[in-house]
Design a protein around this ligand. Structure first.
Ligand SMILES: [Zn+2]
Ligand SMILES: [Zn+2]
Length: 228
């Protein structure tokens, strides 16, 4: 009785291990595919930067000026304090102008770090939306991981993000980079040369690698095994 229960339990456990292995390998395949397709994207820093909302840039700039506008007058007001401002080392304590510059430098440094984090998070929010991912979820992940891992959540996003959708070469409908066929016109989005199996563009007439006639064998075109 107990032996049978044990063997059943054992089999169950084996099944679970099998299943989790399958899930892991599917996950790895998917990640590899994402990386392959993302490599084709030509992202330019400035264009990417501009997807950050303008109002956020304005707000950050405004907060920076506000921080300076508060810190410096407060520091200058300490001038009349007979003991000096004990926030500064003795060399700066009696020199309000120099102290103000030091303070402005500190405020700027902190602001730059904060701005990078804010812009990075805003970028993730917009970029995830653009890629058809869950923008709210990824923003929360980035923010939740912020205190312990700093930009760990952000890095995770950049490792896991899905490729950008692009226009179908035949009908220009926007297709997800995950599709093998266009849902609108059935255009093969991941064709490979039947001769040499290398990936070719959808509308190539001849294979650029081996010169085989793709027009004649268009029906045979199959998704490249290496990118599946
Ligand atoms: Zn199409
Ligand atoms: Zn070929």
């Amino acid at each position: 009785m107990t032996i049978r229960t044990q063997s059943l339990e054992w089999r169950e456990r084996e099944k679970m291990a099998d299943y989790s292995q399958k899930v892991t390998s599917t996950f790895n395949e998917r990640m590899r595919l994402n990386r392959v397709r993302r490599r084709k994207e030509k992202l330019r820093f400035w264009d990417e930067f501009m997807i950050i909302p303008k109002w956020l840039m304005g707000l950050v700039g405004f907060l920076y000026l506000l921080a300076l506008g508060i810190a410096i007058p407060v520091n200058l007001a300490q001038r009349h304090n007979p003991y000096g401002n004990d926030m500064f080392p003795p060399e700066l304590r009696d020199n309000p102008v120099l102290a103000s510059f030091a303070l402005a430098g500190m405020v700027t440094l902190v602001s730059i770090c904060m701005t990078i984090l804010i812009f990075l998070t805003a970028y993730i929010n917009r970029d995830a939306y653009r890629r058809g991912m869950n923008a709210a979820l990824w923003t929360v992940v980035a923010l939740v991981l912020l205190p312990e891992t700093l930009i760990g959540g952000h890095l995770l996003y950049f490792l896991m993000r899905e490729p950008l959708p692009y226009p179908c070469p035949q009908c220009s409908a926007s297709v997800s980079a995950r599709f093998n066929f266009c849902p609108n016109c059935k255009c093969n989005l991941q064709p490979s040369c039947p001769q040499c199996k290398r990936e070719v563009a959808e509308l190539d007439k001849f294979c650029p690698f081996c010169g085989s006639d793709l027009g004649a064998s268009r029906i045979e075109l199959t998704p490249t095994p290496s990118t599946l």
